[in-house]
Design a protein around this ligand. Structure first.
Ligand code: BES
Ligand code: ZN
Length: 617
């Protein structure tokens, strides 16, 4: 990990000098103060001449740092850099650790151990503290974390870089009756302590990038799905959640059959309150999910396949810097589609691929084919977080589908399986990926090398000409209906519409003319029942169309939706749609003033920028 491509410019750590190998957290949650605090005991591997270690912090309140015996160590919190936080520099103890005889081969023998006593700030970006009114039950508070990308430094003092893998364990105290889950394996039953509180213990024995350490607490219960899997949710939601994710065991089997062993033991999920700003997050052994994917018919389950697929791409093999976003997300989106094909069949997988392909083409059209934000590997000229989502997810999917089709599925699958296996629990780079492909599948076959256009895909902008197109049959029926509507204004038959897959309905709403009159919107809604749909992806497209076209009757529903849902993918574009017209601007300001405080810092940051919102001081 000493190569230039592997280096992460978002960490203050100098891992070649001293790095964290293991974290032991001992923390208590405080739902009155919205803080979590206690100690983090860090095992460190330091070079012989190193005298200090640099950790990442962002607003941590550090009260002391000691060695194991409690002797104070000098520490210093440096200047804050926008977005990155501040370096926490700690003098290493004079006392070195004995070599631990329990270490198995290949494990790193730490040289030092330090204890950081600290507390998170109430505004810590990684943590969202929900009041009871933001939960389904309405009676108990809720907490969840979101570490990716560089937020965990707001609640864990460690080296917060995807290439610096660490094992961890944690003891967490929470008030009754809340249950705590983490992205580690729960050890036994929680232990009662004083003051109506309970201690939960977790262990993660696989070294993980620190953005994958995650926690949630609430009035949640567990429902078993199968021998390896289960789901947590509030009692009000658990039934619907368990129904929706009922294909999880089949998905795990499909993942294993496709690309090799599942190496994490269990695969559990938690369905969070709707304030969760993402669709899902691949926290090991405990995927975090938005409740908005629940449609009653498993039609949005690509999300579950996606987070599960990260158990290979992302969590097992991890990008070593944020500039290689596609290595996690693009490979995972491709893998997701393969799982969908196995579990739900080729037709559905091909439709979802076609949606992804259209998203890519549309994204490149909008941003320009020479835009550096359309390169899969983020170039040094822009921020590592500025590559467009479609260039990471959809371009990554189309890239691997293209390679698969040129190489042949059987050969390509074998290659990808060995890629995950030979880099298990390791950081990887675009360069390594391409070098391994070349070494094992291309050799000196120049003709094949030219046909693949690997460098153009990874480093180039726009859409390479060899891109594998989706089967035009995938949406044949819908595309006919789109032409009929765009031409003579003929609406699809209501029964036909109801028989369409969610992907087909989305295709229709994506592709019909964007400018619609009030009459047309009314007809669409009346005939197709758009505002009644149980699928939030479809509902979102309806609301977006309605708001962009200044359709008054949709405002109350949009308002209720925006008050309830915090998922950035839905919230940001709806505010953007409103903000684009004189009609919508005041509506956006009025709604946002009401809903802003319920949003996660990530969603809030995006909408603040769109609306140029100045928080009242
Ligand atoms: N790991 C991502 C979420 C993420 C990415 C958080 C980058 C922070 C920074 C997760 O696996 C993801 O991709 N979620 C998608 C799911 C979708 C593509 C099926 C989402 O939340 O919409
Ligand atoms: Zn993902």
């Amino acid at each position: 990990m000493t190569s230039e491509e592997a280096s992460d410019d978002q960490t203050f750590a100098k891992p070649q000098e001293a790095r964290v190998t293991h974290i032991d957290l001992n923390l208590a949650m405080d739902f009155d103060a919205n803080t979590i605090g206690g100690t983090a005991t860090l095992d460190i591997l330091a070079a012989a001449e190193a005298s200090e270690i640099i950790l990442d912090s962002n607003g941590l309140r550090v009260s002391a740092v000691t060695d194991e015996a409690g002797n104070a160590l000098k520490f210093n919190l440096g200047e804050t850099a926008e977005g990155k936080g501040e370096p926490l520099t700690i003098q290493l103890p004079a006392q070195k650790l004995e070599r631990n005889s329990e270490l198995t081969e290949g494990e790193l023998a730490p040289t030092h151990r330090i204890v950081v006593e600290y507390m998170s700030a109430p505004e810590a970006e990684a943590l969202q503290w929900l009041g009871p009114e933001q939960t389904a039950g309405g009676e108990h508070p809720f907490l969840f974390s979101q570490g990716q990308a560089i937020n965990n430094r707001t609640w864990i003092p460690t080296q917060d870089s995807p290439g610096i893998r660490q094992t961890w364990e944690a003891t967490i105290s929470a008030p009754e009756p809340l249950n705590v889950v983490m992205s580690g394996v729960l050890q036994g039953d929680p232990e009662a302590e004083d003051g109506n509180r309970r201690d939960f213990r977790f262990v993660m024995n696989n070294a993980v990038p620190p953005y994958l350490i995650a926690i949630a607490a609430g009035n949640i219960e567990f429902r078993e799905l199968g021998p390896r899997s289960g789901v947590w949710a509030e009692p009000e939601v658990i039934e619907a959640a368990a129904q929706e994710v009922g294909d999880t065991e089949a998905m795990i089997d499909a993942g294993i059959a496709l690309f090799g062993d599942y190496r994490w033991g269990r695969y559990d999920m938690i369905v969070l309150p709707p304030a969760f700003p993402y669709g899902g997050m691949e926290n090991p052994v405990m995927t975090f999910l938005t409740p908005t994917f629940i449609a009653g018919d498993r039609s949005n389950n690509g999300l579950v396949a996606h987070e599960l697929a990260h158990s290979w791409s992302g969590n097992l093999t991890t990008y070593s810097s944020w500039r290689d976003g596609w290595l996690n997300e693009g490979v995972t989106s491709y893998f997701e589609n393969r799982i969908v094909e196995e579990v739900y069949g080729k037709e559905r997988a091909e439709q979802e691929y076609a949606l992804s392909y259209a998203g890519l083409v549309g994204g490149i059209d909008d941003s320009g084919a020479d835009n550096p934000a359309t390169a899969m590997r983020t170039p040094d000229t822009i921020s590592p977080f500025d590559t467009s989502g479609f260039a990471i997810y959809d371009k990554g999917t189309v890239f691997l589908r293209t390679v698969e089709n040129i190489i042949g599925r059987e050969k390509f699958d074998a290659w990808l399986t060995q890629w995950f296996d030979s880099h298990a629990f390791e950081p990887v780079t675009s360069e390594m990926f391409l070098a391994d492909l070349r070494a094992k599948l291309i050799g000196d076959d120049d003709e094949l090398e030219n046909r693949l256009m690997l460098d153009e895909w990874v480093y180039g902008t726009g859409l390479p000409e060899n891109a594998w197109k989706p089967d035009s049959e995938a949406f044949a029926e819908v595309d006919g209906a789109i032409s009929a509507y765009a031409g003579a204004g003929t609406l699809p038959d209501a029964d036909a519409w109801r028989g369409w897959t969610a992907a087909e309905q989305r295709r229709f709403l994506d592709e019909i003319p964007q400018e619609l009159s009030g009459e047309q919107l009314l007809a669409l809604d009346t005939t197709l029942g758009l505002s009644q749909t149980a699928n939030n992806e479809v509902l979102f497209l309806w609301l977006e169309a309605a708001l962009s076209n200044e359709y008054d009757p949709a405002v109350p529903q949009a308002e209720r939706f925006l008050a309830r849902v915090g998922r950035n993918k839905f919230v940001s574009p709806l505010f953007t749609a409103l903000n684009e017209t004189d009609w919508g601007k005041p509506i956006a300001q009025r709604i946002y003033a009401e809903t802003r405080s319920g949003y996660h810092a990530y969603t809030r940051g995006n909408v603040d920028e769109t609306l140029q919102y100045e928080a009242p001081s």
